[in-house]
Design a protein around this ligand. Structure first.
Ligand code: Z5A
Length: 217
C-alpha cells in the first residue's frame, strides 16, 4: 500500500521570497530523494491558471471581495482534484506556494470578509485536506514591498495600500500562533543565506520524521 505524501505550504506577504525559497526547498528535498510536486495558488491547474489571470489582472471594474473569495476556492477545488490529491495519494510530497492560509490573510485580514465564510468553504472544498506543515516567511511590509517593486509592474493585489498588507501580515502571524504545531515561522528580512539555513533545518526535520514513519525496507 502506498502511503500518502506530505503536504507543505509556503506563505507570506508580497516579496518575502516565497518563489526564491521554494526553489531552494525543492532542490533540498530532491537531494534527499523526495519525489515531489511543486505548485502554486491561485493556479496549479489549467482552470486555476486561467482564474489566476483574472484575479491578478487590473480592470476598470472593482472586484467584489466575495467574488474574489469564490474564485480563489473555485481554483482551489480544481487544483486539489486534478493535482494535489492525486500526487499525495501516489505518495509524492506536494509543495504549494500559498494555500488557504492566504485566503484567511488576504480575504479576511486584508478585505475584511468573515472567517466563518472561509471556514465553511474550506470544509466544503477541502474536506479533511489540510497542510501538514506551513512555512511562513515573515518580514516587515516595507521590506517585502521594496523587493517586489524592484521586479517592475504591479498586479491588482500589489497595488493595495500599506495598511492592507499590514493587516495581511498580522493575520498570518495570528494564524501561526493559533496553529503553532503546523507553522514554522522564518524571519525573511534576514540575508537569504540565513533564511535558507533555517529552511534547511525545517527540511531536515520533515525528512527525518518521514523516515521514522516510513523506514526503508
Ligand atoms: N491570494 C489571495 O488573495 N488569496 C489566496 O487564497 C491566494 C492568493 C492563494 C498572487 O500570489 C496573489 O494572490 C497574492 C495574494 C493573492 N498577492 N499578491 N500580490 P503570488 O504568491 O503569486 O504573488 P506574490 O505574493 O506577489 O509573490 P511574489 O511577489 O512573487 O513574491 P515572492 O515569491 O514572495 O518573492 P520572490 O520573487 O522570491 O522574491 C522577491 C525578490 O526579493 C527577488 O528579487 C529575490 O531575489 C529577492 N529576495 C528574496 N529573499 C531575499 C532575502 N532574504 N534578502 C534579499 N533579497 C531577497
Amino acid at each position: 500500500m502506498t502511503t500518502r505524501g506530505l503536504f507543505i505550504t509556503v506563505e507570506g506577504g508580497e516579496g518575502v521570497g516565497k518563489s526564491t525559497n521554494i526553489t531552494f526547498l525543492e532542490q533540498h528535498l530532491r537531494q534527499r530523494g523526495v519525489d515531489l510536486l511543486v505548485t502554486r495558488e491561485p493556479g496549479g491547474s489549467k482552470l486555476g491558471e486561467a482564474l489566476r489571470q483574472l484575479l491578478l489582472d487590473i480592470t476598470d471594474e472593482a472586484v467584489d471581495p466575495m467574488a474574489e473569495l469564490l474564485m480563489m476556492f473555485a481554483a482551489r477545488a480544481q487544483h486539489i482534484k486534478t493535482r494535489i490529491e492525486p500526487a499525495l495519494r501516489a505518495g509524492r510530497w506536494v509543495v504549494c506556494d500559498r494555500f488557504t492560509d492566504a485566503t484567511y490573510a488576504y480575504q479576511c485580514g486584508g478585505r475584511g470578509l468573515a472567517r466563518d465564510a472561509v471556514a465553511t468553504l474550506e470544509t466544503l472544498v477541502q474536506g479533511q485536506l489540510r497542510p501538514d506543515c506551513t512555512v511562513l516567511l515573515d518580514a516587515p511590509v516595507s521590506t517585502g514591498m521594496a523587493r517586489a517593486t524592484k521586479r517592475g509592474e504591479l498586479d491588482r493585489f500589489e497595488q493595495e495600500e500599506m495598511a492592507f498588507f499590514e493587516r495581511v501580515r498580522a493575520t498570518y502571524l495570528d494564524l501561526a500562533e493559533r496553529s503553532s504545531g503546523r507553522f514554522r515561522v522564518i524571519d525573511a528580512s534576514q540575508p537569504l543565506a540565513a533564511v535558507q539555513q533555517q529552511l534547511g533545518k525545517v527540511c531536515n526535520e520533515l525528512t527525518n520524521c518521514w523516515r521514522v514513519r516510513h523506514p526503508l525496507p
